[in-house]
Design a binder for this molecule. Structure first.
Ligand SMILES: [Fe+2]
Ligand SMILES: [Fe+2]
Length: 162
């Protein structure tokens, strides 16, 4: 069992991750509205699904904090501070791929910290979520390539509703 000090270190990782997820939710929803406003219904729909994945992650981290700390300290920043607004479709995908890449790297470090502090359940939670962030990264990076290489012929196909 982790000691009190070890739990505090793990909770710090979980809370930072929760802030990152909350930031991602607001960023992706903002992009979802923008894409929807530009009538790229398919891209907007995918963006919304990814924002919902991030909500599941924020909640999973919150649940884990409650499980190990017995009281969820509201230290996660609820006010996102790095939201970019009004991005063009060409900017959105490389931007989001970078964000996912940073998240994957950070969560890998957090998983290691959890393991060092004897909390294997939190380590596995981070590892499971890394797999989802990798799928997000692949989607953003592939879509960014399509926008870059195919341009308008790709974008014209995004207008139809599924
Ligand atoms: Fe996430
Ligand atoms: Fe993600």
């Amino acid at each position: 069992m982790p000691s009190k000090e070890q739990i505090a270190k793990v909770v710090e990782c979980l809370n930072t991750a929760r802030s990152m997820e909350l930031n991602a939710i607001v960023q992706y929803l903002n992009q979802h509205y923008g894409l929807d406003g530009d009538d790229y219904a398919k891209l907007a729909g995918e963006m919304k699904k990814i924002a919902i994945d991030e909500m599941r992650h924020a909640e999973a981290f919150a649940e884990r904090i409650k499980d190990i700390d017995n009281a969820l300290e509201p230290t996660a920043k609820l006010q996102p501070d790095t939201i970019k607004k009004g991005q063009e479709v060409e900017e959105i995908y490389p931007f989001d791929a970078d964000a996912e890449e940073r998240t994957i790297e950070q969560y890998g470090k957090f998983a290691a910290i959890c393991r060092e502090n004897n909390d294997y359940v939190s380590a596995v939670l981070f590892e499971k979520i890394i797999a989802v962030e990798q799928a997000h990264f692949n989607y953003f990076s592939d879509t960014g390539e399509h926008v870059r290489k195919l341009g308008n012929s790709f974008l014209a196909k995004q207008v139809d509703k599924e």
